[in-house]
Design a protein around this ligand. Sequence first.
Ligand code: MN
Length: 226
Amino acid sequence: MSAYVFEPRPVAVVPVEGESRGFPVRRILCVGRNYAAHRREMGGDDRDPPFFFAKPADAVVPPGQDPAYPPRTENLHYEMELVVALKGGGSDVPTEEALDLVYGYAVGVDLTRRDLQTASREKGQPWDSAKGFDDSAPISAIRRWDGPPPQGRIRLSVNGEVKQDASVADMIWNVPEIVSEASKLWRLEAGDLIFTGTPERVGALKRGDRVEGEVEGVGRVAFQVV
Ligand code: MN
């Protein structure tokens, strides 16, 4: 007899380049306002440090699948981001040890119901409905990675037109700092994904739009909003 009153859903999985076995997703943490120019376009103060929010693990949309345009929004935004995939965990991890926890990197889009986010901010309410909805985290395959984190260009285009074009080297918190800061707030574990924030020039998507994003040397994400 099963231990459960019904069969649990299988865990969300992201493919790994060159591997037949997938990366099982435990949690998705996201960094907000980690690029100065994006912080400014969102009306943020230059002294405000980045911060975290979360998405459910099953928000990932793996390569080859298309996210559905979500209900209850008229302003769905793209946010192109570098994603850190962890193979180990811990609490209060020093920055000097943070890269030891990194399995590899992917690229992902932090889809955002901007109208709900703005309303939440004005009312002092949580961001969950703005950020943590179904299909809100399209992602590429994960590339295994040793050594210094990626430093290349980060780009996103919609229907072939370039919308975002910046460098992941411009992040306010770098990857070791992000992992270390997150580990002060949560016990990190293997399987955790961390979206590291988006550069400037976020914008709206509509049904049928084709989105392509890349971080040089890491990978490409491509999907259609359906
Ligand atoms: Mn974001």
